[in-house]
Design a protein around this ligand. Structure first.
Ligand code: BG6
Length: 369
């Protein structure tokens, strides 16, 4: 049942190219327009939306953070991400012009359901991005976009996370197309890039042995830090969460730019730090800034594990270890950069002899508030 793998988590990591491919499947109509037939909310309503709030918990919330960068960039709609259990307690400003996007693998997370009910009471429309057919969340939402990751057994989410990100990209592109923020050709161009992602994810998985060896060699680390910027920031948070969840190791993710405002005080000799490096071809000067972050932490004794695009030579002199990922458009990079972090935490947990699929104290879905 584990398909020859030691754990469901490993099996599910390997299923990610298919999970993303299946989530993207059949989204173009005969005219080459992106279609989301399931999105049963009137176009007029979707055109009038002036705010999006993404609600979710755990890993799904980090997918929400990635979604925010993409949706704001493509649709120019102010977008917030809120942990579902915090949402209603801050008396959020929600009305008929708010679109709430609820992300959940199980569709049964009570905190997320309660957030959605609260939003609906205020008149908001809710789209759910969910992996479980017929579960409560998509039934209660105004529209349901399904991820097609297949059943996820391991408690720590992997393929559901990548599929949630893929589905959120589709939603963002659809809204941008509908609202006229993007031309048809632009949307199609990004869709084409998206369609190449499963193959690129596979390429990252094919390089897993290097990452596994690294995980095994670092099994006695006391703490691991993760740094990223822009969409690399939620990837850093997710990398840290995975390590906490299954390897019971202290781990933190930071926005790389925040480092000098506090966390750099943590860095001492031998501290392992993962750095997710944006594409050197991306916008702004982000790449150069992240490279200088690597330099700063290394100068203070950190062992740097750098996740960088193939061909990015600027990182070489500052990296103790380099994990290569294929080049991709900046916004899509999380689909690749997350994968080595999943493989790493899985390897650390295996090396420590832990049950990767059933980590202590955690449940696959939490159906109480
Ligand atoms: C947690 C799970 O309890 O719930 C996490 O352990 C998961 O893995 C989170 O990310 C949210 O779950 P769901 O089903 O709403 O995506």
């Amino acid at each position: 049942e584990k398909g020859g793998f030691d754990s469901f988590m490993e099996k599910e990591i390997h299923e990610q190219p298919a999970a993303v491919r299946d989530t993207l499947l059949g989204r173009l109509d005969e005219k080459g327009n992106l279609t989301l037939d399931e999105l049963k909310i009137d176009d007029s309503v979707l055109r009038s939306i002036n705010k999006i709030i993404v609600v979710a918990c755990g890993t799904a919330a980090y997918a929400g953070h990635v979604a925010r960068y993409a949706i704001e960039h493509w649709c120019r709609i102010p977008t917030e991400v809120e942990l579902a259990h915090e949402f209603r307690y801050r008396d959020p400003i929600v009305d008929e012009k708010t679109l709430v996007v609820a992300l959940s693998q199980s569709g049964e997370t009570m905190d997320t359901l309660m957030a959605v009910r609260h939003a609906q009471e205020q008149g908001a429309k809710v789209v759910s991005i969910c992996n479980t057919n017929g579960s409560t969340l998509p039934r209660e939402a105004d529209a349901a976009l399904y991820t097609h990751a297949g059943p996820e057994i391991a408690v720590a989410s992997t393929k559901a996370f990548l599929s949630q990100i893929a589905a959120a990209y589709l939603l963002g592109l659809y809204l941008a197309q509908l609202r006229g923020n993007m031309y048809k050709d632009e949307v199609r161009g990004i869709l084409q890039e998206l369609q190449q992602m499963p193959e690129k994810i596979q390429a990252v998985i094919d390089g897993e042995q290097q990452v596994k060896d690294l995980g095994t060699s670092m099994k006695d680390a006391k703490s691991v830090l993760f740094l990223g910027r822009h969409v690399g920031f939620p990837v850093a948070l997710e990398g840290a969460l995975k390590l906490k969840e299954i390897a019971y190791l202290h781990a933190e993710g930071f926005a790389a730019g925040e480092l000098k405002h506090g966390p750099i005080a943590l860095v001492e000799e031998g501290q392992p730090i993962f750095v997710i490096v944006p594409s050197p071809n991306g916008r702004d000067s982000l790449h150069a800034k992240v490279v200088s972050t690597i330099q700063e932490v290394r100068a203070r004794g950190a062992v740097t594990i750098v996740i960088a695009e193939e061909g990015d030579t600027a990182v070489e002199e500052h990296a103790d270890h380099i994990i290569r990922i294929p080049a991709s458009p900046s916004l899509l990079q999380p689909l690749l950069a997350t994968v080595p972090l999943q493989i790493f935490s899985c390897a650390v947990a295996h090396a420590k002899g832990y049950d990767v699929d059933q980590p202590r104290n955690l449940a696959k879905s939490v159906t109480v508030e």
